[in-house]
Ligand binder design. Structure first.
Ligand code: ADP
Ligand code: MG
Length: 238
């Protein structure tokens, strides 16, 4: 599962319209990337999907259910933040199981889910370590692991790699691609980096000033950009 549909979504901050009528279909298991210049509304659109911002008009549907009025916790999505914010005094295992423990899940279930997540993320040998004994990339994986255990309908990422240095960024891009293959989960990922978009996405949504300029696979956008903005953004000849 993990089908997401936006219908006529608008977002206003006071008199400022930031999202201007977005219709979009995201299929289960798809890796969808929102790209566009700074300030075009990528983060706001993601926050409207997650429920962190309320849509001013229009609706958000997840697996056929209208979730527009639901808070983030009722949507079954997982937001992976850029700052890892792991609990320093807990082991990797405890960090990953914490949300389930708080929700009152049985011990055996927590253990099974944490072990499965650790396997997918190749963190098995680090389960008893504290976050400070991990590399940046491993910490990011633990942060993702904390989401995986809750079986979200989709993972939402807002520029997760933008604070990393160039070498780690390349490593993490590779990790995220692998994670998508292993999990077979819907992912919505925001970036202003064309290379990330072109290498990771099944489907790219090009935004400008709160509107969709074009939606397509990396290849479609490269070979058949609808307009000069898309061509210039993607770096294709037109
Ligand atoms: P992006 O992520 O593409 O850089 P954002 O979605 O963060 O863009 O922002 C889009 C526009 O909305 C910007 O002009 C930004 O200043 C404005 N904006 C974002 N959040 C708020 C807010 N809480 N209040 C007022 N304006 C906001
Ligand atoms: Mg942003």
């Amino acid at each position: 599962m993990g089908a997401i549909r936006l219908e006529g979504v608008e977002k206003w901050f006071g008199d400022l319209q930031v999202i201007k009528g977005i219709d979009l279909e995201i299929n289960p298991g798809e890796f969808v990337i929102f790209v566009g210049p700074s300030g075009c509304g990528k983060s706001t659109l993601l926050r409207v999907i997650s429920g962190l911002e309320e849509a001013s008009r229009g609706s958000v549907h997840i697996d056929g259910k209208d979730v527009t009025a639901l808070p983030p916790s009722g949507r079954g999505l997982s937001m992976v933040f850029q700052s890892y914010a792991l609990y320093p005094h807990m082991s990797v295992r405890e960090n990953m199981g914490f949300a389930l423990k708080t929700a009152g899940a049985p011990k055996a279930e927590i253990e099974a889910k944490v072990n499965k997540a650790a396997e997918v993320l190749q963190l098995e040998e680090y389960l008893d370590r504290r976050p400070k004994a991990l590399s940046g990339g491993q910490r990011q994986r633990v942060a993702i692991g904390r989401s995986i255990v809750r079986d979200p309908a989709a993972f939402l990422f807002d520029e997760p790699l933008s604070n990393l240095d160039a070498a780690l960024r390349v490593e993490m891009r590779f990790e995220i691609a692998k994670l998508h293959r292993n999990l077979d989960a819907t992912m919505i990922y925001v970036t202003h980096d064309q290379v990330e978009a072109m290498t990771l996405a099944d489907k790219i949504v090009v935004l400008q000033s709160g509107r969709i300029e074009q939606v397509g696979s990396p290849r479609e956008l490269y070979e058949r950009p609808d307009n000069l903005f898309v061509a210039q953004f993607i770096g294709s000849p037109k």
